[in-house]
Design a protein around this ligand. Structure first.
Ligand code: ADP
Ligand code: MG
Length: 434
């Protein structure tokens, strides 16, 4: 082992052009070094630039400022020593497991005997022995992600990048895959020397990583670094494990310092129309407001405390709290959630008034909902196809994120009765035009 970094980011910044011609600053002043033997976790809320940083490291995109190095050399395009595992598995449905894995080696021009040997070894290592000729549709989600891992490992990369690799899996499957991965890593059975794991799950970060970097948003940057020195295998119930989860939790909800040049306060980050929205039902939003408004909290609750009262995991409650903050019904800070005046008013109101309050906040603070409503208002037919909004969103985000984001706006809009949506013909409409 030597102590020059496997990978190094120095003062890396990234911005994207916005439709109005100005720049959206997504990452600022990123400094990061990955050393041999480390698993680094990038933890942060949705939109804080984690995937963007991973794509820069993978050579799939270029920084707007600063530089990145792999084994001391500038990263310019995809390097064969860096592989990536995606949340969505990204397998080819018409290829078998073997062919999907072997595809990882295509760029390397190896003899076919060698391709076969290495592909079978990777398939075996990751627990897919016997499934070589199966097609992805014949496999469970967990098995498909194992194919994703095998394809990344078959090139014998130095660095493995993982972008929320477990978040599309059910709880038990995800845990099995994490444990299997950690076993292979601890036993040194994988060719990789260092790992960067993107996650928005605090427990996953503490379970798997040696260092956790907490990202802040607008612009994305590193707020703090937490070292996790607990020996592997780690036990989620261990008090020191719980302490770390709680500590990171507080870091993630810390009072934000105002960033020079960011031009706005992060407490209520200004959403753009292209922001990815979370999947949180209006029931959960109303339920959390009610619980925080009631005794013993009376409007202000410690989130870990209220999570355990509601028998929810912090990681499940967090998106709900974040959404309330986005809608200005609450502020999340220092590990607490505090209802705003309107949040209290909502909790105390009857159903019809709740819908009115919710509609006002939805159309004021979620630009995409306001956009949908405006389009419907302006058209004589008061109708608009879903595909039109999907097309607009895809200028800013992936197809998957666009679908998810539009689903959120459909659910909230239905609850608020701000507009209607017909699933059968994928059409928005207005029941009571202004
Ligand atoms: P995370 O992975 O932390 O959820 P991302 O890196 O995906 O965050 O996105 C950070 C921000 O950058 C978001 O506001 C997103 O909309 C924006 N963004 C990402 N990729 C692009 C792109 N190609 N064009 C414009 N904006 C983008
Ligand atoms: Mg991401």
């Amino acid at each position: 082992m030597n102590n020059s970094p496997l990978m190094q980011c120095s003062d890396v910044g990234k911005s994207f052009p916005k439709p109005d011609g100005t720049e959206l600053l997504v990452l600022q002043g990123m400094n990061l070094e990955l050393f041999e033997g480390q698993i680094i976790g990038l933890l942060g809320r949705s939109g804080s630039g984690k995937s963007t940083l991973l794509r820069l490291i993978a050579g799939l995109s270029e920084p707007s400022a600063g530089n990145l190095k792999f084994l001391g050399k500038p990263i310019a395009g995809p390097a064969s020593g860096i592989s990536m595992v995606f949340q969505s598995f990204a397998l080819f449905p018409w290829l078998t497991v073997f062919e999907n894995v072997a595809l990882g080696l295509e760029a390397q021009r190896l003899p076919s005997v060698e391709i076969r040997k290495r592909s079978l070894a990777a398939i075996d290592l990751i627990g897919l022995d016997g499934f070589e000729s199966a097609y992805p549709r014949e496999l469970s989600g967990g098995m498909r992600q194992r194919v994703g891992f095998a394809r990344a490992l078959v090139v014998h990369p130095n660095i493995l990048l993982m972008d929320e690799p477990f978040s599309a899996l059910d709880v038990l499957t995800a845990e099995t895959l994490r444990t299997d991965f950690l076993d292979l890593w601890s036993e040194g059975r994988m060719p990789i020397k260092g790992v960067i794991l993107v996650t928005h799950n605090i427990e996953e970060a503490v379970l798997m990583c040696d260092r956790v970097l907490v990202f802040g948003s607008n612009p994305g940057r590193i707020l703090s670094e937490i070292k996790v020195t607990l020996p592997q295998p780690r036990n989620r119930l261990d008090p020191s494990f719980r302490d770390l989860v709680e500590r990171i939790y507080v870091e993630m909800t810390a009072k934000p310092a105002v960033v020079a040049g960011a031009g706005r306060h992060e407490r209520f980050p200004g959403l753009g129309i292209g922001s990815v929205l979370p999947q949180v039902s209006s029931n959960l939003l109303a339920g959390l407001m009610e619980a925080v408004a009631a005794a013993p909290f009376n409007g202000n609750a410690d989130l870990p405390k209220i999570a355990s009262d509601l028998q929810m995991e912090i990681d499940d409650l967090f998106p709900v709290a974040e959404t309330l903050q986005m809608l200005r019904f609450a502020e999340v800070e220092g590990g607490d959630i505090k209802l705003s005046e309107e949040g209290v008013a909502f909790a105390q109101a009857v159903v019809d008034d709740r819908k009115r309050i919710f509609a006002r906040h939805l159309l004021t603070y979620v630009p995409l909902a306001a956009h949908v409503r405006r389009v419907l208002d302006e058209r004589a037919s008061h109708l608009a196809r879903k595909s039109r909004f999907i097309d607009e969103l895809e200028d800013f985000m992936s197809e998957e994120d666009a679908e998810q984001t539009l689903r959120a706006v459909i659910r909230w809009g239905r609850y608020a009765e701000a507009y209607a949506y017909d699933d059968a013909n994928a059409m928005f409409s207005l029941e009571n035009p202004t």
